[in-house]
Design a protein around this ligand. Structure first.
Ligand code: SF4
Ligand code: SF4
Ligand code: SF4
Length: 192
């Protein structure tokens, strides 16, 4: 069976520190203020006299059915047998058709690479060398889990089997491989 790499962001553990964003920028040689992933901070919400925030990861959803690949006229985006979508900077002509087609803002123009780019779970760099993605490594709250969901012994498999997760709704059946554990406070109070 092929591997199926997934990333899980636990909104209950996340403290919104943005260490993941900073590590991604450095690890992937991105220009200032450019990131393959960031955290959208919602709130504050005043609940029972306390301030609460909701932290939403914003990055490529790693769709199983990627609109970006279909949109690219130059074949510059590919998907491995393990399902990971990544951009080929040498083939990209910068037409931004992928950016227009992506329903989640998951890809962007990388100023250093002079090409569009996405979060590829650090597959071509760190994971290829047996490391975890940069964001996962630096997270001080253990809010990010990465691994092969088809491995029954993996942490991601155990999490997906035992914890209720959700994917970002995008209006069509894109089947993301970025999973989220919903903020309990947000779920109970129906916060957006
Ligand atoms: S490093 Fe971890 S705790 Fe900090 S914002 Fe990123 S996911 Fe959340
Ligand atoms: S989120 Fe956007 S960039 Fe990422 S795989 Fe899906 S369509 Fe492509
Ligand atoms: S997996 Fe790698 S590319 Fe994706 S957000 Fe984390 S550090 Fe950035």
């Amino acid at each position: 069976m092929n591997e199926k790499y997934v990333l899980i962001h636990d909104e209950n553990r996340c403290i919104g520190c943005h260490a993941c964003t900073a590590a991604c920028n450095t690890s992937n040689d991105l220009a200032d203020h450019q990131n393959r992933a960031t955290i959208d901070v919602k709130g504050p919400y005043l609940i029972d006299g306390e301030l609460h925030y909701r932290y939403l990861r914003v990055s490529c959803e790693q769709c199983d059915r990627p609109a970006c690949i279909k949109a690219c006229p130059y074949g510059a985006i590919s998907q491995t047998v393990d399902g990971v979508v990544s951009f080929n900077h040498d083939r990209c002509k910068g037409c931004l058709m992928c950016v227009a087609a992506c329903p989640t803002g998951g890809c962007f123009y990388n100023k250093h690479a002079k090409s569009t780019d996405n979060c590829d779970f650090c597959m071509k760099s760190r994971v290829a060398e047996g490391l975890q993605p940069a964001c996962v490594t630096v997270c001080p709250a253990d809010a990010l889990i990465f691994g092969n969901a088809n491995d029954p012994n993996s942490e991601v498999h155990k999490c997906l089997s035992t914890v209720l997760t959700y994917n970002r709704p995008v209006g069509y059946n894109n089947k993301p491989k970025l999973y989220r554990v919903a903020s309990q406070v947000a779920s109970e109070r129906r916060l957006v």
